[in-house]
Design a protein around this ligand. Structure first.
Ligand SMILES: [Mn+2]
Length: 614
């Protein structure tokens, strides 16, 4: 530390005693705070009231900027004496012989003695109830430090405009573990420019864990930026996001999950593209906090991009599989889909897009809906490599644990009906239904009105411009409708009746119920989620599983035969009964093996073209 270059002994002596005095004062302040604060673990935050959050915030911002520094010693500047610095020792050394180093500090894994059976039992509880190692999380500081893991390009001076608008950060929680939720909030306060965070809105989706009630209010009472909202009843993640988002006053809304830790620079990078263009939605690069030991794992996320398959189930694809190439890999890049929980959006754009479909239940598919409509309605979605947010990928879906309804099916079908034009048939085929069933999935009239009012482009535009890497949905001989056997003619239809578990030929009724079949993306023969299954030489009907195997069929277009991929035998009308069907060796000369069907006509040329090029 270079404070001065003295010219005379007198000024040198004066400065020395001044520096000494300030240092002693700062040391006393530090000792006082450390006494109560125990190395920033938040144990006595209520005692410290207003003082600790402000002071701790300064410290942790400095930590984050200087995160390459030593593990335990961090130099920072005392707020009262800018020319003098002191050392804050971030450590619990001497405080707890069991944990001589701060657990999880700088993103390291939390090491726990698993020979202790009581501890092991507690860890198991956390894994079951929270989908993560809550014991490890509870051991860590709620202000644990994380490294600045950005590429140097992101850190260059002047990378972002200085006049970025502020955002409201909206976080939905449902029975989240205390340390996990509180750490999420502290990471935002500690590692975001204060002027860019207007408020942090915590939306309680009708939790019942007691620490999320009075205790939470009291803990954050001293931080005015944190506002807690309580849903009047269980809303589900999707409606809770709207509930929180609509309560904000800023033009820009940033959504986060309640189990993340942001890293320095995350927010500027997310806000900048939205500030520049209000129809852009930004997604951070989502690093992984290992749910087993809370380790901050940063090696994989930058190589992935959000996408999905025709089941509309979100997944991570390699960036290398994308058609659009970027010279500078640190620039925000076009993205077909978001994972759902973490993004920044202009409030007015979100409003124009009709927020989310209120008919969506709980969780799932809303991320795909927003992805599609951002592109279709005059905007786009980008992933921001310079914004790094660490997220705990929980085991299972604790949020969904008690739900019996197949929400993904219902939400998928609503989405398809409103947004996917002629391609919606692909989704319907996967569920084995002929068309939208209003009595089952509810009305979508208001959603169609949203699309109309926002003047959105066709779904084909989305495929061509945002997601040409999407797989070709049409298997060879893909069909939907009635299945006629050539030996019997078109008045006889393959029929499945749940009552009596009957599969066989019956007079056609034209009702599109028991006689409606799809040969879909998963190669199934699917009637309302009942699939023909090649058990052996017998065929039976089971619930569809999309895993192919016994339920994978190949329609041979030239011979009209339907072959079991697993058994290499053909679906055949038994001439003994002229009703039942069976599996026998394929023989293209037998009319009992020929099925006449209606092939699907759909333009998928843009998908096939894209696949040829990559
Ligand atoms: Mn999550």
């Amino acid at each position: 530390m270079r404070v001065h270059t003295p010219r005379t002994m007198r000024t040198n002596g004066f400065r020395k005693s001044f520096v000494l005095g300030v240092s002693v004062f700062v040391l006393l302040v530090y000792l006082f705070l450390n006494e109560y604060y125990h190395g920033g673990r938040g144990r006595f935050a209520d005692v410290l009231g207003n003082v600790a959050p402000l002071w701790m915030r300064n410290r942790t911002m400095a930590d984050a900027v200087d995160s390459e520094g030593g593990k335990n010693d961090v130099n920072t500047t005392a707020p009262t004496a800018s020319a003098t610095s002191y050392t804050f020792v971030y450590t619990t050394i001497g405080l707890d012989p069991q944990y001589p180093e701060p657990p999880g500090d700088l993103g390291t894994e939390v090491k726990i003695d698993t020979n202790d059976t009581e501890v092991s039992a507690m860890i198991q509880d956390g894994l079951i109830n929270q989908g993560l190692n809550q014991y490890a999380s509870d051991l860590m500081s709620v202000r644990r430090r994380l490294k600045d893991v950005r590429d140097p390009w992101c850190r260059e001076p002047g990378r972002y405009p200085t006049d970025l608008p502020a955002t409201s950060v909206v976080i939905i929680f449902y029975n989240e573990a205390w340390s996990v939720l509180v750490r999420t909030v502290h990471s935002i306060l500690d590692r975001s420019p204060a002027n860019l965070v207007r408020e942090i809105v915590l939306v309680d989706d009708f939790s019942n864990l007691p620490h999320l009630k009075t205790q939470l209010e009291e803990y954050f009472a001293s931080i005015p930026k944190v506002r807690i909202m309580r849903a009047p009843k269980r809303l589900g993640l999707i409606r809770a996001r709207m509930f929180g988002g609509k309560s904000t006053k800023t033009d820009i809304i940033t959504y986060l999950d309640a189990h993340v830790e942001v890293t320095v620079g995350w927010l500027e990078a997310l806000i900048a593209p939205v500030a520049k263009n209000s129809t852009t939605i930004t997604i951070p690069t989502i690093d992984w906090i290992d749910e087993n030991n809370m380790k901050h794992r940063i090696e994989h996320a930058p190589t992935y991009v959000g996408a999905y398959d025709w089941d509309l189930n979100f997944g991570w694809w390699g960036r290398w599989s994308m058609k659009k190439k970027y010279e500078n890999k640190m620039e925000p890049f076009d993205t077909p889909a978001m994972a759902g929980g973490l993004f920044t959006i202009s409030r007015s754009f979100f409003e124009r897009l009709g927020w989310y479909d209120e008919g969506f239940d709980i969780y799932g598919i809303e991320n795909i809906e927003l992805s599609m409509k951002s592109w279709m309605c005059g905007g786009k979605m980008v992933t921001v490599p310079c914004s790094r947010v660490a997220h705990i990928q929980k085991m299972g879906h604790p949020y969904l644990a008690k739900e019996s309804k197949d929400v993904v099916r219902s939400n998928s079908i609503r989405l398809a009906e409103v947004w996917m034009d002629e391609y919606k048939g692909i989704i319907f085929d996967i569920y084995g239904i002929p068309h939208y069933l209003e009595e089952e999935f509810g009305s979508v009239a208001t959603r169609k009105a949203v699309r109309e009012a926002a003047n959105c482009r066709p779904f084909q535009y989305y495929l061509e411009n945002a997601f040409p890497e999407m797989h070709n949905p049409l298997v060879p001989g893909a069909f939907r409708g009635e299945m006629h056997n050539v030996a019997l003619g078109n008045a006889s239809c393959l029929t499945y009746r749940v009552e009596g578990n009957f599969l066989g030929m019956a007079p056609c009724d034209g009702l599109q119920k028991t006689q409606y079949w799809t040969h879909n993306y998963y190669q199934e023969l699917n009637n309302y989620k009942n699939c023909i299954d090649a058990v052996s030489e017998r065929v039976e009907v089971y619930g569809c599983h999309r895993s192919r195997g016994n339920q994978a069929w190949e329609y041979m277009v030239n011979t009209q035969q339907i072959r079991s991929v697993k058994r290499d035998t053909c679906l055949t009308l038994e001439s003994r009964t002229n009703v039942t069907v069976t599996l026998v060796p394929c023989d293209a000369s037998k009319p009992e093996q020929k099925w006449s069907v209606n092939f699907i006509e759909l333009d998928v040329s843009m998908l096939i073209e894209a696949q040829k090029k990559t």
